[in-house]
Ligand binder design. Structure first.
Ligand code: NAD
Length: 446
């Protein structure tokens, strides 16, 4: 029997479509084709590769509305956000490709030595569902520009929109340099263990650990962008209006299903009443609804698995003494009302795990050192923010995360590294150093 992955529209629970799961035999065939295609693709000059990849992504322009609609229907993101994601992928592809190419230019090290950045071979790109096209493009583009061929496995939760994108890209790309593979975890594991040379992965920490283990026997190159449990510290001298606005927007973005969403907030008790009151007012302005409900700004969670996890984290916090200031679970799975919870304690799942739901989770502190130590008391270390004036830089310098920001969201200027510390990442993308991780460094002494 041929196995399929079913894609369910989370806004209404109906079947959107299905795709065939790639069998072991088909995968072996795709790997073989990828290796063959690599022989030619690596000979194409890097400037030409930039041209070809840019043109392929730009060719998606006429179908951007359709892709955005499909994305919304497949994972619940509202129409405006989906359009922003698709448009971002299409319109940044050429610039992104050029940044990669310039990072991979050979470097002369004196009279007889040249440092080269040569292709690695076949790259496995394995991506999540929360930004189904952007996360994929972030890894596919540098892989291809660097001269690798790609086997791309999208999330089993969002296979259809990925399939559409790849089919259209392939009208412009040379044969077999980008092939799609469908299936869930077991297919991901099969790819990791196949004869690929690089695994470029975005997804959860637990999958990252499994990938690292399986990739170990072949010492395969790894780039892993993993989950986060990002803290925010609000100091006594913070601008409370902007701190509250950021807290709500960052906790609710993409219905809270964002790797760098604010997951836990530590606020100085001197300003906590004011902060919580304003957070509640702002959060109450959010409305839950389907992707095409023009009044809604929080969509459904992606599926029942995600819904049940968020539900568990809310009930666990309430059972252990947290206070529900606003919202909570709606009776209708997979919708979660905009939620504000205070009095969060370290033993609550909301504090210790990545929740991925539209929740503002707040704790108070009396001593900044305690806030810093709770912020750092996590295996995760993706992003962290601090809101405050005098002393904010000293706090930021003590936060253990790959990306830290003061009075704003993380990420830095364009083409900064997108990087996790601790168990939020291994390798990274973005920036010349990040682009170079898609290539093999070679020292040629002439
Ligand atoms: P996931 O890890 O469950 O799945 C991601 C992809 O990996 C899917 O394609 C899945 O089929 C595949 N997969 C799962 N287990 C695997 C395994 N053992 N071996 C090989 N492949 C495997 O993650 P998800 O639920 O799709 O996405 C949400 C997670 O992704 C969150 O933790 C989020 O924080 C993280 N994320 C991180 C970033 C970042 O930039 N750091 C960006 C987006 C999402």
């Amino acid at each position: 029997m041929i196995e399929t992955v079913k894609s369910i529209n989370p806004s209404n629970g109906k079947l959107l479509g299905e795709v065939y799961v790639t069998s072991e035999e088909e995968l072996a065939n795709k790997v073989k084709k990828s290796k063959e295609a690599f022989k030619k693709w690596r000979q194409v000059s890097i400037n030409e590769r930039v041209e070809i990849v840019s043109r392929a992504f730009e060719s998606l322009e006429p179908m951007q509305r359709d892709l955005a609609k499909l994305m919304s229907m497949e994972m619940g993101k509202d129409a405006r956000r989906s359009m922003g994601e698709v448009s971002g992928v299409i319109h940044s592809a050429a610039y992104f490709s050029q940044l990669v190419a310039s990072a991979l230019k050979p470097v002369n090290k004196g009279a007889n030595t040249e440092i080269q950045y040569i292709p690695l071979g076949v790259a496995a790109v394995i991506s999540p569902w929360n930004y189904p096209l952007a996360m994929a493009a972030n890894l596919i583009i540098p892989s291809l520009v660097a001269g690798n061929t790609v086997l791309f496995k999208p999330s089993e939760v969002t296979p259809i929109v990925a399939d559409e994108m790849v089919a259209s890209l392939n009208d412009y790309l040379p044969e077999d340099i980008l092939q799609i593979v469908h299936g869930s975890k077991s297919v991901g594991q099969m790819i990791v263990e196949s004869e690929v040379n690089l695994i470029a992965f975005t997804g959860s920490q637990s999958a990252g650990k499994d990938i690292m283990m399986r990739a170990g026997s072949g010492l395969k190159r790894l780039i892993m962008e993993l989950g986060g449990n990002d803290p925010m510290i609000v100091m006594y001298n913070a601008d409370i209006e902007s701190a509250a606005s950021f807290a709500v927007a960052s906790s609710f973005e993409n219905s809270g299903q964002m790797c760098i969403s604010t997951e836990r907030i530590y606020v100085d008790e001197k300003v906590a009443d004011k902060f919580e009151t304003r957070v509640k007012e702002l959060a109450a302005q959010y409305t839950v609804g389907a992707w095409d409900d023009a009044n809604a700004n929080i969509g459904p969670l992606v599926n029942d698995v995600q819904f049940n996890k968020v539900k568990l984290h809310i009930s666990d916090a309430v059972a252990k003494g947290a206070k529900l200031l606003l919202g909570g679970i709606t009776p209708k799975s997979p919708y979660i009302n905009p939620t504000v919870i205070t009095d969060i304690k370290p033993d609550m799942l909301l504090e210790s795990e990545e929740t991925f739901g539209p929740i503002v989770a707040i704790s108070r502190y009396s001593n900044i050192d305690d806030a810093i130590s709770r912020a750092n008391d996590s295996d995760y270390g993706l992003g962290a923010v601090v809101f405050g004036e005098n002393g904010a830089l000293e706090v930021a310098n003590q936060l253990e995360a790959g990306m830290v920001a003061i009075n704003q969201g993380v990420g830095g200027a364009g083409d900064s590294p997108w990087v996790g510390a601790k168990q939020s990442g291994f390798g990274y993308r973005g920036s010349p150093e990040g682009h170079r991780q898609f290539a093999q460094v070679k020292v040629l002494t002439k």
